[in-house]
Design a protein around this ligand. Structure first.
Ligand code: SF4
Length: 276
């Protein structure tokens, strides 16, 4: 196990603990696989983290700075002009809190008693005080970026959760949201210490009608002592089960022995690694 991963979290961070809240990404995890969600939030066993997307974070940070200039000046960013979006970046006293990862836009959901939160990238406001949720994305792909791939459904749910959160906080929020999508071009002759991006705005019309029901399902799941089924599209549970059973059988038959990682015999590396 690496120094970056602690699979078992303290109880305070699990459902019912004082630090627990339902973040936007946890809602998405539930939509993806209720079992992984349950393991994480109820039993405190988190998935190993993915590799950090440092380049994407850099694009996010710079876009935020860029739009903040226009927030302060109450002007449209050139991209907003190009796409004829009649709005300016929203200057609200809580904008920095809304963008903080461990803060975000929050709401106490009375029917379930859960605190729901989500950290937005940006919000724009139109003439009629209607808000538009904005999300920054960065990628590098040939051709035009779109929202058409199945794996991008999570982006759409993300937008809809943010719209819902702001509505629950009393704001008038448009169904229309915008993805500011930066695409690093690869058809250049050299790197020369810089990435060149083509940035476009993709409009998405959200529909948050699924959220209340999903929150009810999540609440039911968290209060159930039974572990939910695994997701159809994921191969890790079948892998884990098969690996565990195979290792157990081998150990029971004494054909291999579990050895602590620290006691590995360098001269006999075949007998290596803790099994469970
Ligand atoms: S099926 Fe995949 S996502 Fe679901 S619990 Fe198993 S490992 Fe997690």
């Amino acid at each position: 196990m690496s120094q970056y991963y602690n699979p078992k979290r303290g109880a305070a961070w699990n459902y019912g603990g004082k630090n627990w809240k339902l973040s936007r990404s946890k809602i998405d995890l539930f939509c993806e696989c209720p079992r992984c969600f349950y393991l994480d939030n109820k039993l405190g066993v988190k998935r190993p983290p993915g590799f950090p997307f440092n380049l994407n974070s850099a694009v996010d940070a710079l876009l935020k700075k860029e739009f903040d200039v226009h927030r302060k000046a109450k002007t449209r960013h050139p991209l907003m002009e190009e796409y004829k979006i009649n709005a300016i970046p929203f200057a609200h006293k809580d904008i920095d809190t809304w963008r903080e990862n461990f803060e975000g836009v929050r709401v106490h959901h009375k029917p379930t008693g859960m605190i729901i939160s989500g950290a937005i990238d940006d919000v724009w406001v139109g003439d009629n005080d209607e808000l538009y949720v904005v999300d920054y994305k960065a990628t590098s792909k040939d051709g035009e970026v779109t929202l058409d791939a199945e794996w991008q459904d999570g982006y759409k749910r993300q937008m809809e959760v943010y719209q819902w959160l702001l509505r629950q906080n009393g704001f008038k929020v448009s169904d229309t949201g915008y993805f500011v999508y930066a695409n690093a071009v690869k058809d250049l002759d050299e790197f020369n210490d810089q990435l060149i991006f083509k940035t476009k705005i993709i409009q998405y019309d959200g529909n948050d009608s699924w959220i209340e029901k999903t929150l009810g399902d999540i609440h039911t799941c968290l209060n159930d002592e039974r572990v939910p089924g695994s997701g159809d599209e994921c191969d890790y549970c079948p892998y884990r089960e098969t690996a565990g059973k195979t290792l157990q059988e081998k150990v029971l038959k004494k054909s291999i022995k579990p050895v602590s990682q620290k006691k590995v015999d360098k001269d006999n590396p075949s007998e290596t690694g803790s099994l469970f």
